[in-house]
Each structure stands twice: as C-alpha cells, then as structure tokens.
Design a protein around this ligand. Structure first.
Ligand SMILES: Nc1nc2c(ncn2[C@@H]2O[C@H](COP(=O)(O)OP(=O)(O)OP(=O)(O)O)[C@@H](O)[C@H]2O)c(=O)[nH]1
Ligand SMILES: [Mg+2]
Length: 225
C-alpha cells in the first residue's frame, strides 16, 4: 500500500515537470519524439539511419538515456546531429526532470525544432513517465518474439507508432509479423505500424515520411492557420 502511494507521488511530481516542458515545447515550436524499446531492439541504429536525411529538414537535438556509457551519444553524433547522453545510474527510465535539466543547461534549445529522446531500453517504466512529448514510438525487434505487445500492453497503449525492426532476420527467428500486428492492434487499434530493417533499409523511408508529416502538422496547427 505504501509502495503504491510512493509510486503515485513520484508520477504526480513527474507530471508537473512534464507539463512545464510541454508549455516550453509549444512556445518554442519544438516537436518531441520519445523512442521506447527493450534493450537492443535497434533504437540507436534507427537514429543513425534516419538522421542524415532528417537533419537536412530540421534542427535536431537527440537526448539518449542509458544506465552507463556514452556509446550511443557518440554513435549518433557521428551523423552530425548534436546528441547528449544521460546516464541514469540505477534508473530504468528517463524522467521529465532529466530532460528539463539538459534543456536548462543547453542554452540554445530554443533553436531546436525537433527533439528526439531515446529512452532507456525497457518496456515497462518509460511508458509511464511523461516527458511532455508529442509522440511515443515503440520499437520491437523480431528476435524478441511476436507476443511482446501482449506481454507489455502499457507501452503499446501509450504509443502512437510501432516499428517492427530487424525484419531481415525473419528467416532465422520464430516471429510472425501478422501475429505481432494483431497483438498490437488488440491493445491499441490506433497504432501506425511499420516493418523495418536498419540493415537493408527496408521501411525506413516510410518512417521518415510519417515523422515528417507529424512534425509538420504540429507546426501548421501551432501557426494559427
Ligand atoms: N539484423 C539486424 N540487426 C540490427 C538491426 N537494427 C539494429 N541491429 C543491431 O542490433 C544491435 C542493437 O542495436 P542498437 O541500435 O544499439 O539497439 P538499442 O535499442 O539502441 O539498444 P539500447 O540503447 O542498449 O537499448 C546492434 O548490434 C545493431 O547493429 C536490424 O534491422 N537488423
Ligand atoms: Mg541505444
């Protein structure tokens, strides 16, 4: 009982900071994408593949959460997009205060129009911690098994988009794409779903188009037209 109350308090505090962030994003015309997945589904690889095209259109900042190491920020920085690593130590998710602290220090954050957050690899807690984002994108990869959406419904329900990644491995793993889609749609019928391979490039253009449409729609809605 005490544990439940403590969790509720932590989430309520997070929600307050997330609300402040949401106002900041709105005021400065920043679209925020929060990417969730299990460890190793391909979040950073996806960014390495799509950022070279997206950086031609948007001023992007990437924030990456991992318990330890700066490996992912180093990988993303090689695309020419600024990336900041957040090491959470013991925490299995990013909280709104992590984002707030970086944006406060970074100074030129008002020049950004696309903020991408790669959350800590975990299908549980990141789904519950609001970062004030516009969109949650969930990545599930084929070696993980096609029933993941049924086992981790909170993440699926909270997400706007599901990417089924590593489809190049389908001949070698026990994963039925249609089963995965059915499980996912059973939880969240509004999900937009893509199948991708970061190795062959399959599906990546469609992901870029989808993201661009959503970023541009927010800019248009905010412009008062
Ligand atoms: N076969 C195959 N491997 C992939 C694909 N995408 C990523 N990988 C590999 O999967 C491994 C993990 O990829 P990452 O991009 O580091 O995964 P991540 O989700 O960022 O991992 P964490 O940040 O640790 O949670 C790496 O060895 C990638 O090369 C893909 O489409 N196909
Ligand atoms: Mg990563």
């Amino acid at each position: 009982m005490e544990k439940i109350l403590l969790n509720e308090k932590i989430l309520a505090k997070n929600d307050l900071i997330a609300e402040e962030l949401r106002s900041f994003y709105k005021k400065n015309g920043i679209f925020v994408l929060n990417i969730l997945s299990s460890p190793g589904s391909g979040k950073t690889t996806l960014l390495e593949k799509i950022l070279p095209q997206m950086k031609e259109i948007y001023n992007i900042l990437v924030l990456i959460g991992d318990l330890q190491t700066t490996n992912d920020a180093e990988r993303v920085s090689k695309t020419g997009v600024k990336a900041v690593q957040i090491n959470t130590g013991q925490a299995c998710h990013l909280a709104a205060k992590n984002i707030y602290n970086i944006l406060k220090d970074i100074g030129d954050s008002s020049k950004i129009n696309l903020l991408i957050v790669e959350n800590v690899g975990n299908l549980v807690c990141p789904a519950s911690f609001d970062l004030g984002e516009d969109m949650k994108l969930l990545v599930i990869s084929t070696p993980e098994g096609d029933d993941k959406p049924a086992k981790y419904p909170t993440a699926v329900d909270a997400s706007d988009c599901l990417i089924i990644n590593k489809v190049d491995l389908l001949p070698y793993v026990n994963f039925n794409v249609q089963n995965c889609i059915n499980y996912a749609k059973g939880v969240n019928k509004n999900l937009t779903i893509f199948t991708t391979s970061c190795y062959t490039g399959e599906g990546l253009i469609d992901v870029i188009k989808f993201l661009k449409n959503n970023v541009d729609k927010k800019n248009h809605d905010n412009s008062g037209y």
